[in-house]
Design a protein around this ligand. Sequence first.
Ligand code: ADP
Ligand code: 5GP
Length: 193
Amino acid sequence: MNNKRGKIIVIAAPSGCGKSTIINALLEGGDLNLGFSVSATTRPPREGEVDGVNYYFMSEENFRDAIAEGRFVEFEEVYPGRFYGTLRSEIDRILDEGHNIILDLDVNGALSVKKLYGREALSIFIEPPSIEELRRRLEFRGTESSEVIDVRVDRAQYEISRAAEFDTAVVNDRLDEAINTVRNIIKGFTVLY
Ligand code: ADP
Ligand code: 5GP
């Protein structure tokens, strides 16, 4: 606990870009006083994902109830029929505990949170070295069918076109370099502001 309210770090990247890998490395590093905002989603869990750790997995009905109750700071239908949202309770809990908060959001969600929190928030866009490399990573990860990969690659092209709207963008080519760059950007922001 400390008296300084934590800062908000919003990270967006096309699916398959390495965003979860980078965020996990930052959380494991333990030097940035980060708490991860667990989002709610209506998509089914991937193998190994745990409810309440990776996401709060919800039925569409429960998600709609949460919208009606005003429990989301933002929510988006990121893919057709697949809803994702940031819970107000997650943000408040983590900031009240004196931690900085890191959010893994799609482009629209990330820019909404940045707009809401202004100077308290830093928005970072992670870019793939190329669309071909992005597809290769999604295929290598092996968690989506080829149809779903096509949808994600299409969406990636739209998302990359909005990179300039972020405070800063980092290319995830060499993983260790990308992690260090993002770590240093976050350090600068949380210490200076
Ligand atoms: P996202 O969370 O953005 O959807 P992941 O973190 O799951 O992406 O990464 C997608 C795949 O790409 C994973 O198999 C991961 O190990 C791999 N990956 C991540 N960063 C790199 C990198 N710099 N070079 C090569 N492969 C990477
Ligand atoms: P995935 O299904 O690969 O876990 O996530 C798909 C996309 O949804 C990613 O771009 C991820 O950042 C985004 N996402 C995850 N949680 C949220 C959220 O709460 N709000 C928004 N707007 N996007 C989210």
